[in-house]
Design a protein around this ligand. Structure first.
Ligand code: ZN
Length: 296
């Protein structure tokens, strides 16, 4: 709940959204508008997404991996023209395949930012990972291009400077989800300005790059990558200052062959097996660095 100090002039403004117009009794409405201040109890604009359930081992010392199926709800993402396959469905199916593969090993705990067709703003996605203390955040997507021949996977890491014009276009497309949500939240990262957060972010970016290397190495035998396979862009969903994060464009949904591969159980299984191996190796490096810490 929010309390908003406002005036009757604002309340009666036709430009005020209906949500923000509490009912004002008739007697009050007849009083002069000048100099009347009041507190109005209002519903928060968004309730925030539900906290996802954590799956896998109950041992809370196991690292938590948050998998984020891109898009959802009124934001379908990209689309395959021939089959009509939507990116939001493909990303959810890939995320679930990866979760199932990770559950087999019991090495890490897993949570999905969404398990159904719901919409989350980009900050909500990495916000959940932060709130839950995730060791790793993986946002799953499928690429699109006007060129039907465009194909191959790419792993994106965060940078304020895009590695090329195409990476910049991709960032513009993926960041658009927030505007689609009705509220442009992408400018709210001004807190990321202190030196401490800056240092933390450097370390996080180094860990993200390390995981990107592993993910490429372990999935490359079964997956075609673009050249270069690793690009950097100002992707809002990767902005958590303290959670190593990557965005995995798992292939082109606009490419018929790759769209079919991503939609097939076998195609997803191969991708998930490689990604799960990469996550297991990454988790092992976290364990060993923890052991290397001097006892306190
Ligand atoms: Zn996407």
């Amino acid at each position: 709940m929010l309390f908003l100090a406002t005036s009757l002039a604002l309340l009666s403004s036709p430009s005020t959204p209906p949500d923000m117009r509490p009912s004002v009794n008739a007697a009050m409405a007849k009083r002069p508008l000048r100099n009347i201040g009041m507190s109005v109890r209002m519903r928060p604009i968004t309730e925030g997404p539900p906290i996802p359930k954590i799956q896998g081992p109950s041992n809370s010392s196991r690292p938590l991996v948050v998998i984020d199926p891109g898009h959802g709800g009124h934001d379908p993402g990209a689309r395959n023209v021939k089959s009509g396959a939507l990116e939001k469905d493909v990303t959810l199916a890939v995320a679930m395949a990866l979760r199932d593969e990770l559950l087999k090993s019991g090495r890490v705990r897993i949570a999905l930012t969404r398990e159904d067709d719901s919409f989350l703003a980009l900050e909500e996605r990495f916000g959940l990972a932060r709130d839950m203390g995730a060791a790793l955040f993986i946002s799953i997507h499928a690429d699109a291009s006007e060129e039907t021949g465009a194909h191959g996977a790419t792993i994106y890491t965060l940078s304020d400077v895009a590695s090329d014009a195409e990476a910049e276009r991709l960032a513009a497309r993926e960041n658009r989800a927030n505007v689609l949500g009705g509220v442009d939240l992408s400018r709210k990262s001004s807190a990321v300005s202190s030196i401490l957060i800056d240092l933390m972010q450097r370390e996080t970016m180094a860990s993200s790059a390390k995981f990107a290397e592993l993910l490429h190495r372990e999935t490359a035998p079964d997956l075609t990558f673009r050249n270069p396979w690793n690009r950097r862009a100002a992707l809002v969903v990767l902005r958590a200052p303290d959670t190593p994060s990557i965005l995995f464009e798992t292939g082109y949904i606009s490419n018929d062959a790759e769209a079919e591969q991503l939609r097939s159980v076998e195609g997803r299984r191969k991708l998930a097996e490689g990604a799960a191996r990469a996550i297991a190796i990454y988790a092992a490096t976290l364990d060993s660095s923890r052991r290397a810490d001097p006892p306190r």
